[in-house]
Structures are given as C-alpha cells and as structure tokens.
Design a protein around this ligand. Structure first.
Ligand code: GLP
Length: 239
C-alpha cells in the first residue's frame, strides 16, 4: 500500500510502474480500467510515449468492462473512453486492444470468447484497477462471486447513482455490463489499484483492513500474491 500526497503524484507513480513493465517486456499484456481515477495515469503514459519514446507497438490490452447496449461510437462507452483518453495518442495496434463488446448478439458467447482471448494472449501481466465507492472492482458488485469469470453483471443501485450523471438522466444509464470476474482479475500476474479522494475512504478501509468478503469484492486483493495499491491522503485517512 503506497500512500502518496495527492492523486497526481499517485497517477505518476502508477504510470512509472506500467512504463517499467512495457520497457522490460515490450510484448506485455496490460489489463486496463476506465473511470475518472486512471485518467491522469493515461495522460502520463501519453507523455512518456511522446517525450521518452515509450513504445506500445507490441503491447496487447484487455479492458475490464463495458456497458451492455452501448456501441463503440457512443461517447459513454468504455471503448470510446479508451480511444479518446489513451489509444489514439500512442502507437498501439488497434487490433491488439480488447474491450468487451456490449452490443454482441450473443452476450454469453462474447463473455466466453473474451476469456479465451485473454488465455490465448498468455494471460494478463498487469491489471490496472479503480475502486467503486461500494468496493467493486470492474463491475463486480458487492455479494457477487469471488471466483467468477467474465460475465454479464447487474449494476448496483449505488453504481447506477455514481455513474448516471454522465448519462444526462438516470433512465438512460445502462443497467448491465460485461465485466471480467473477480476470478479473471485474480489471474493477472500483478494488480495495480488506484483510489483517490475522500469518497473512496470507506471502501479503501474495507479493502485493505476488512475481512475477505464478497461484501467488498476488492478485499480479494489481500489474497493476491502481487497487488500494489496506490492511495492519496484522503482515501487512506481511515487506515
Ligand atoms: C466504474 C468502473 C470501475 C471503476 C469505478 C470507479 O463503475 N466500472 O472500473 O474503477 O467505477 O470509478 P471512478 O474512477 O470514476 O471513481
């Protein structure tokens, strides 16, 4: 658990960890996350690409999740988020960037295929994670399976409230998402979770110091062999 003075410093640290991996293993497989938390980390990766020649040409990525029903062209889809905030600014091969397809005709087949694509790529070297205010990781909500694989998840009331603002009104917010399961996330060889700000304080305490419990899916990080948690003063205040 690394407590940094603020989110900017935390994101810069996270970017350095990822950049080191990309330099050591140019064909690494990165698991990526969306949300406000990693935005500054992505900005820093773009800067390292532009200024220090950080090379993404052989990197493969798998995103954690995607809303069901949102096409890639929807500005709230996670595919759109990744393109706008990272992919189009670096030299990554679009064919190597994977985000679940929330518009697939057969969503269950898409989930199984996503797991297969991760396996075929050799598994995830490092999975980046944010933290929901309710302790979720990806879209693995409280009380869900701690061994689950990529599947269709029902969003909790709290998540609907937290994420609906950007959809204009609550009724336009998707109710389901495809998400890697906690089991998928735990298979990554390394985890890097970022959580900043006072709103994450309770979830951080439950994740780091609480019991291993489906009530806080992020508490499973305690069970991982190589998990790094980057916090700021505010999110770590309850520890
Ligand atoms: C979303 C995402 C998570 C993300 C979390 C926190 O619902 N599915 O992957 O980590 O909520 O979001 P934010 O970083 O905006 O606080």
């Amino acid at each position: 658990v690394l407590i940094q003075p603020n989110a900017d410093v935390g994101c810069a640290l996270g970017a350095r960890i990822i950049a080191k991996l990309v330099r050591e293993k140019p064909d690494c497989v990165l698991g990526l996350a969306t949300g406000r938390t990693p935005l500054q980390l992505y900005t820093e990766l773009i800067r390292l690409h532009r200024n220090d020649g950080l090379d993404f040409s052989r990197v493969t990525t798998f995103n954690l999740d995607e809303y069901v029903g949102l096409p890639a062209a929807h500005d709230q889809s996670y595919r759109w988020f990744m393109r706008e905030n990272l992919f189009r600014h670096i030299n990554i091969d679009p064919q190597r960037t994977h985000v679940p397809d929330g518009t697939a005709a057969d969503l269950h087949a898409e989930c199984r295929d996503y797991e297969k694509r991760i396996r075929d790529a050799g598994g995830i070297d490092l999975q980046l994670l944010g933290l929901g205010r309710n302790g979720h990781i990806g879209f693995n909500e409280p009380t869900g399976s701690l061994r689950g694989r990529t599947w269709i998840k029902i969003l909790s009331e709290q998540t609907l409230r937290d994420n609906s603002a950007v959809f204009g009104d609550f009724s336009r917010m998707p109710r389901h998402a495809i998400s890697m399961g906690v089991g998928t996330i735990m298979d990554a060889r390394r985890l890097l979770l970022l959580a900043f700000g006072p709103a994450k304080c309770r979830a951080v305490s439950a994740m780091v110091e609480g019991p291993l419990s489906a009530i806080c899916p992020a508490s499973m990080l305690q069970w991982h062999e190589r998990a790094t948690v980057v916090l700021d003063e505010a999110s770590s205040a309850g520890l």
